[in-house]
Design a protein. Structure first.
Length: 435
């Protein structure tokens, strides 16, 4: 009986690979190429490839660089995987053991694709947790998108050393690892989206060491709680910051000096609510285009200095507890402001005529809490007749926009009142509203 024929040595495959490596037949580059195809096959098998929406070339085409969603560099290494919305089902395919023998270390999966630069597995049905540690060997990976899956457990936004853009939104993550300064991607990360999960975390702790070169940070629709830090560490590159629809509390920090370059700030719709006044120094955000603080418990008055925010396009303080009059200085934003929302506060007094000069703007001021109903103080005619603004939600309020005055305005316009040879007292104000 020939034992070697009846019972083949299970180490033969390992020995073949070892020999090809050490005897010079295959270089290290060849060895890395050798492992890429089975790594892609492992991804296919682990994510129910037979039922993918598009599996063109997979498991059939000899050259894996021609498989659907795979892009290779000039040397034949996989540099991009784009399997977005392709019905991938199962665990996140970091590693798969093909041969579970202690003398053979054969693991295939994403973590073996060392030249990978971009990974897009968004909008699939991947579930379970992500094993992050092996992915930290992917030194070339800069873009990581697994949004729109069913992934759970902890988020690690610094998943690879050279990461620039990471999208983990619209999953089922429940916690988030703190940003660690010793990781290389702490310096490279530019975009981070963890919105629409169920992340429980203290806001100050989470943001204490936010990466210094971050440009866009989105963490809306989670369960992040507590107060915001007083400073955001002079984030000179931050452009967009969205932590809306969480459970933030405490006063709104005056961190304008930390992030002077900010263009969008959204802290709206907190389940508990930010309190205290709107900081007077908020006008220092001279690059800010969108400011949304609606759905909180902010009190006090609207700072007139907001009228100095020349770049502001959307300004929303609705559903708060603000009092007193609308500052006329907001009219200085004519030409830039397109949406003004101050409804459902406790504002009083007349509506400044300057608000009517907000060319092309949507102006929303009503709901039950705002008290403009002083019969001696009507809204500016230019607002009621939509002469400049695009929309005014009180245009049909007959106390603020009397029907008789509107009719007289129409008569004035139809008869070319501006050319009347004799203008009686009171018509001059009508003339001033004509554009």
């Amino acid at each position: 009986m020939n034992i070697s024929k009846e019972f083949p040595n299970p180490c033969n495959r390992f020995q073949e690979l070892r020999n090809s490596f050490f005897d010079g037949v295959a270089s290290e580059v060849d060895m890395r190429l050798l492992i890429e195809r089975p790594s892609l096959e492992a991804i296919y098998n682990e994510t129910d490839g037979q039922n993918w929406s598009n599996k063109a070339g997979w498991m059939n085409e000899i050259d894996h660089c021609k498989w659907h969603g795979i892009t290779c560099d000039g040397d034949g290494f996989v540099m991009s995987i784009d399997l977005r919305d392709n019905n991938l089902v199962g665990q996140f395919p970091v590693y798969t053991d093909f041969q579970k023998s202690y003398w053979v270390n054969t693991k295939y999966g994403l973590a073996n694709l060392y030249n990978l630069k971009t990974l897009d597995l968004a909008d699939n049905k991947l579930a379970g947790t992500i094993e992050y540690a092996p992915l930290y060997n992917l030194y070339s990976l800069t873009d990581f998108d697994v949004s729109g899956n069913q992934l759970s457990g902890e988020v690690d936004a610094l998943v690879t050393p050279s990461l620039r853009n990471v999208d983990l939104s619209n999953n089922r993550f429940t916690s988030m690892s703190r940003f660690k300064k010793y990781k290389q991607s702490f310096r490279t990360l530019r975009f981070c989206d963890v919105s629409n999960n169920t992340i429980h975390h203290d806001a100050s702790d989470l943001l204490e060491n936010i990466p210094p070169n971050i440009e866009r940070f989105f963490a809306s629709n989670n369960q992040i709680h507590g107060s915001l830090p007083d400073s955001l560490n002079f984030l000179s590159e931050l452009r967009r910051f969205d932590m809306s629809s969480n459970a933030l509390t405490g006063e709104l920090p005056d961190f304008a000096e930390s992030i002077l370059s900010l263009q969008e700030l959204d802290l709206s719709n907190q389940t508990i609510g930010l309190t205290g006044p709107v900081p007077e120094e908020i006008w220092r955000f001279q690059s800010l285009k969108i400011l949304n603080l609606s759905g909180n418990k902010l009190a006090g008055t609207i700072p007139p200095a907001i009228g100095n925010m020349a770049a502001l396009e959307e300004f929303d303080l609705s559903n708060n507890r603000l009092v007193n009059a609308i500052p006329s200085e907001l009219g200085q934003l004519a030409g830039s402001l397109k949406h003004l929302r101050l409804s459902n506060n406790m504002l009083t007094g007349s509506i400044p005529s300057e608000i009517g000069q907000l060319q092309g703007a949507t102006v929303l001021l009503k709901l039950k809490e705002n008290s403009y109903y002083d019969s001696s103080k009507t809204a500016p005619l230019v607002l009621c007749k939509l002469r400049n603004v695009k929309e005014f939600d009180l245009e049909n309020d007959t106390q603020l926009c009397p029907v008789e005055r509107n009719a007289l305005s129409d008569f004035y316009d139809s008869t070319k009142g501006a050319e009347w040879t004799m203008i009686l007292s009171g018509w001059m104000s009508m003339k001033a509203t004509v554009t």
